[in-house]
Design a protein around this ligand. Structure first.
Ligand SMILES: [Zn+2]
Length: 263
């Protein structure tokens, strides 16, 4: 190998190193993530409850990570909730819905996008649910509806408060009307909880949008936003801008905006 070939080979290596970007899987498996000041160790972020110490951004966390913080590590019970038949409409868009479900289950280790748990907080027993954004954007379909109803039933049977950590982009269109009917089902279930005089507390996390905002996420006796910057909305910003034909405010659809409006 002469010196010219050596230089060309080295150049190729550098080119590959620059162009090769980490895949989503590699990023998820890495010990590092990034925030305002560049790379940050996940371990350091976890110590600070997944909140960036510099910009106060609340990083998205899985239901398991959330309940480990909320109840204490392994200090709660996770329920197995009923799973209706997969893919009732035999749906295919760019990929078959069955494949999407399989990937989401493998990625999250969950059967559906919502986890139902029960544990004790300040000596008060509660039932709590949370959605996983990594499970098809925490969208709501029949299985998630069953999980929510299971949680409400558990709260009523035990006469304990019900806490919902809401997140998700809305109803899952791969189940069409079956998904949309979950808006009614969850609303009716919450009414049953209220008839029993049990508190329904909603913690809005980033992002809570679409049919989720239009149903169970806005029916709490108490509504708390996880951080000022979590997105809470019904329609997308572009749709609203096109409808009202005006520029939107800086913090439009962010929790901080709601606080400004209320105060
Ligand atoms: Zn930051």
């Amino acid at each position: 190998m002469n010196w010219i070939t050596k230089i060309i080979k080295a150049g190729e290596k550098i080119k590959t190193a620059i162009h090769k970007r980490a895949s989503k899987e590699e990023i998820a498996k890495s010990d590092w993530t990034s925030c305002c000041k560049g790379p940050i160790l996940k371990k350091d972020l976890e110590k600070n409850l997944w909140v960036c110490p510099d910009c106060n951004r609340h990083h998205r966390i899985s239901p398991k990570q959330r309940f480990d913080i909320f109840f204490g590590k392994n200090n709660y019970e996770i329920f197995k909730t009923p799973i209706p038949k997969d893919d009732p409409l035999d749906w295919t868009d760019s990929k078959p819905y069955k494949t999407r479900l399989k990937t989401a289950r493998k990625k999250t280790g969950m059967d559906c996008g919502m986890m139902v748990t029960s544990g004790t907080i300040n000596n008060i027993k509660v039932t709590a649910v949370a959605s996983d954004f990594d499970f098809l954007g925490a969208s709501m379909a029949a299985a998630e509806g069953e999980a929510f109803l299971y949680g409400i039933q558990h709260a009523i049977e035990n006469q304990i408060p019900f806490i919902c950590f809401s997140s998700g982009g809305g109803m899952r269109m791969m189940e069409s009307l079956i998904s949309l009917s979950q808006m009614t089902r969850t609303t009716l279930a919450i009414n049953e909880l209220k008839k029993n005089n049990l508190p329904y507390i909603v913690v809005l996390t980033d992002p809570t949008a679409g049919g989720i905002t239009a149903s169970y996420a806005m029916l709490g006796d108490l509504e708390i936003a996880e951080s000022d910057h979590c997105l809470i909305s019904f329609a997308g910003a572009r749709v609203i801008k096109a409808t009202i034909k005006e520029d939107l405010l800086k913090d439009f659809r962010k929790a901080i905006m709601f606080r400004k409006l209320v105060l």
